[in-house]
Design a protein around this ligand. Structure first.
Ligand SMILES: Nc1ncnc2c1ncn2[C@@H]1O[C@H](COP(=O)(O)OP(=O)(O)OP(=O)(O)O)[C@@H](O)[C@H]1O
Ligand SMILES: [Mg+2]
Length: 295
């Protein structure tokens, strides 16, 4: 079953993001809980595409679940993913929700995208080429595209409502959320990235960079949203990795290439994708899940 959007009356939808629909479970007496439903929507260039990618919501949910279970020592939002254990009131929606949803702790999200980069790629590579810096921090000269950084860097950006997130310096990050909170999310992000990169390496995968989100649960800061999925990360296969080349990635590369080549002006509505592009993209998402979940 493919899912483009999702309504679960009488549950109140509190947010419809580019990919996820978020429902408040307060009406079921669960004041502190949310239901996160991951649809099969795909966005590119900040625009939701008209097609669904088969199984995408399932892949993203299962990968996030894989990581949350690995990181059971770190505080995170995941409570339940098995529809059999969901509240009775969700029974009619069981098949829609199976495998692609999670019940999580309701938090107050920080207005930050906590990005960690272990390699020089994407907008990090562009900044380095232009200014010799990464998030305002000078790097050694002569680094090549996709080169591994001496240490992973925390390169946060703001979480803008209109989807155009802006990268900020460490100084600006501290001003935005306060020094103590900034320190906390930086160290958590680096710790998560390093642990993730280590697990990925055992599976022949490189996590070039990734984005985490955190929220306040009372005074405590916990990991929320998705975790190290193809949507939030740049995955490379170690086998095809070459310094100086932009390696093929597991994310929306086929989609981006197609959208670049078809002459779309990048303003909504986005064009319908050809079947071939949809299938190739679905395969890449599936492959990412398989690469991580095999033991
Ligand atoms: N435990 C939580 N408590 C409160 N809000 C959460 C929690 N987990 C996730 N969220 C929020 O739910 C939304 C998920 O929707 P989605 O991933 O589609 O977001 P988006 O921000 O539109 O897109 P993108 O993440 O690609 O920028 C985000 O706004 C996220 O901050
Ligand atoms: Mg998101």
């Amino acid at each position: 079953m493919e899912l483009f959007d999702c309504n679960l009356p009488p549950l109140k939808k509190i947010c419809s993001g580019k990919v996820r629909e978020v429902f408040d479970l307060a009406s079921l007496g669960l004041d502190e809980q949310l239901l996160l439903v991951t649809t099969d929507r795909l966005s590119a260039f900040d625009c939701i595409l008209p097609n669904t990618i088969p199984q995408k919501g399932f892949v993203l949910t299962q990968l996030s679940k894989f990581w949350f279970q690995k990181f059971s020592n770190l505080p995170h939002h995941l409570l339940e993913t098995e529809v059999e254990y969901y509240p009775k009131a969700l029974e009619p929606y069981k098949e829609q929700l199976r495998g692609r949803s999670m019940i999580v702790k309701k938090t107050k999200p920080l207005p930050l995208e906590c990005i960690v980069r272990g390699y020089l790629a994407g907008s990090g590579w562009r900044e380095y080429q232009e200014k010799g810096m990464l998030a305002g921090v000078p790097l050694p000269t002569g680094l090549l595209e996709a080169e591994r950084l001496e240490r992973p860097h925390f390169t946060p950006s703001t979480k803008a409502k209109d989807g155009h997130d802006e990268s900020i310096t460490w100084q600006e990050c501290q001003e935005l959320v306060g020094e103590k909170v900034a320190e906390k999310v930086r160290s958590l992000s680096l710790e998560l990235y390093q642990a993730g990169a280590h697990i990925a390496a055992q599976r022949g995968m490189i996590i070039a960079d990734t984005k985490f989100e955190f929220g306040f649960l009372g005074e405590e800061i916990i990991l929320i949203d998705e975790c190290m999925t193809p949507d939030s990360s740049r995955f490379w296969s170690a086998a095809s990795y070459r310094i100086g080349e932009n390696p093929p990635s597991f994310d929306k590369q086929f989609v981006r290439d197609y959208l670049q080549s078809c002459g779309w002006n990048k303003l909504p509505p986005a064009p319908v994708l050809p079947e071939e592009i949809i299938l190739k993209t679905a395969e890449k998402y599936q492959e990412a899940l398989e690469r991580f979940s095999k033991n």
